[in-house]
Ligand binder design. Structure first.
Ligand code: CO8
Length: 376
């Protein structure tokens, strides 16, 4: 069995964006309204007044300046604080979930780079953190729209959805179950955000990234990267959570409880996960008899700039440049499982044959997924 390559990638970026300035203005208006509405309880000590958010805090604590959203309107309404439903529906895909449309747009870009059509694909995975629909599988709908063959399924692995999805596709190609695989990480996160929660309202954005995997001898794309090795890790943790699930249909009174949406102990994640990421990368490189100096670039998970700088410094042994570890979270915010592969897509075009790179996702569950890749 020969090598497997990532022969094409593509990103879908929503057309709407929300800067920190606009996000904070909406949130602070909500705080003022909420505090006025609860003035008596606050004065009596029965409730705690909400505090304003701040652009300076968000940028310093996270590095995020902007996020793309499928629908930004609704967040500026102080008594609403959740987005309106995205309306992309003026076409024959009117009843198709937004998440599948995001996946479709990214898939088309990846197919184009790989020089393939939908009908060339015989395995489709949508691997993501959260789901707009559970049944029927989102991936089977994407398979049908693309005219792909074979089989399709959904899988979920939080922040490592793209890397775990690619690893699953690679196994299917190696075993002969599939010939050409499409993996899409379509993260439609905004509906699940608690935008009235100051600790988390700034963290996420919506986006999708798609990857085509095939056997090297069959690939015609000049953008192909050979997968030299991959390594996956998980360890159960509730420090990053999105509690929403089917039981909310029974516990209906909890439907607007922020705990149903995204919450995390950000500092604990920082402390617990980073040493595991550094060990993981070092042992992955060691097992492949590679030194960090052999690599041109690392495309890291994009959750927090301070986390990425810390990890890069430890791994590289010096202050990382943008060239060595590029950032996309300043513009995209945290796009959960999509982040490292958006960074890869946006910062791979200068690679020449033989150049090595490292893809590494890390975050929820906990999960870590790394790929050592070489430009063909
Ligand atoms: N504006 C002003 N002040 C604020 C704000 C705000 N918006 N938010 C919090 N503060 C205050 C806090 O209340 C606190 O005040 P005090 O000191 O009085 O208690 C103070 O600022 C400091 O707060 P923190 O200690 O929480 O601030 P940090 O510097 O730790 O920064 C971060 C918070 C940015 C959350 C940081 O801890 C972080 O990002 N850590 C990394 C965590 C991480 O990477 N998690 C992974 C993310 S999950 C993921 O990538 C994918 C999840 C997929 C699931 C998606 C489901 C929808």
């Amino acid at each position: 069995m020969g090598n497997i390559v990532i022969s094409g990638t593509g990103v879908f970026t929503p057309s709407q964006n929300l800067t920190n300035e606009a996000l904070v203005a909406g949130y602070n208006a909500h705080v003022d309204l909420w505090n006025a509405e609860h003035a008596e309880e606050i004065a009596a000590g029965e409730m705690t007044a909400k505090e304003h958010s701040s652009e300076a805090f968000i940028e310093k604590a996270s590095g995020i300046k902007n996020r793309y959203l499928m629908e930004a309107s609704g967040l500026e309404e102080p008594d609403r604080m959740y987005p309106y439903l995205s309306d992309l529906a003026e076409d024959e895909l009117a009843s198709t979930p937004v998440q599948v449309k995001m996946a479709l747009a990214a898939a088309k870009a990846a197919l184009s780079e790989a020089g393939l059509d939908g009908s060339d694909i015989d395995m489709v995975i949508i691997s993501a953190s959260v789901w707009e629909r559970f049944v029927p599988s989102m991936a089977t709908e994407l398979q049908q729209i693309l005219g792909a063959n074979g089989f399709a399924f959904d899988m979920a692995m939080g922040c490592s959805s793209a890397t775990f999805g690619m690893s699953t596709a690679q196994d299917a190609l190696i075993s002969g179950m599939a010939n050409k695989a499409l993996v899409v990480t379509a993260e439609y996160l905004s509906p699940l955000m608690a935008y009235e929660d100051r600790d988390g309202h700034f963290i996420f954005g919506d986006a999708a990234v798609a990857m085509i995997l095939e056997r090297e001898e069959e690939a015609s794309s000049d953008a192909a990267f050979r997968i030299l090795d991959r390594k996956l890790f998980t360890e159960f943790s509730t420090n990053i959570q999105a509690g929403f699930g089917s039981r909310v249909l029974i516990e209906r009174d909890k439907i607007s409880d922020p705990a149903q949406r995204f919450s995390q102990s950000g500092r604990v994640v920082f402390k617990e996960l980073l040493p595991k990421v550094i060990d993981h990368v070092e042992s992955h490189l060691g097992a492949n008899e590679k030194a960090v100096s052999d690599f041109k670039r690392m495309w890291l998970h994009q959750a927090n700039i301070n986390m990425n700088l810390f990890a890069s410094r430890k791994i590289l042994g010096h202050e990382p440049s943008q060239d060595e570890a590029p950032t996309i979270l300043d513009q995209y915010a945290n796009t959960a499982g999509a982040g490292c592969m958006i960074a890869f897509n946006n910062h791979k075009s200068d690679f020449e044959s033989g150049d090595l790179g490292l893809i590494c996702s890390f975050g929820a569950s906990y999960s870590i997924g790394s790929f050592i890749v070489e430009k063909v």
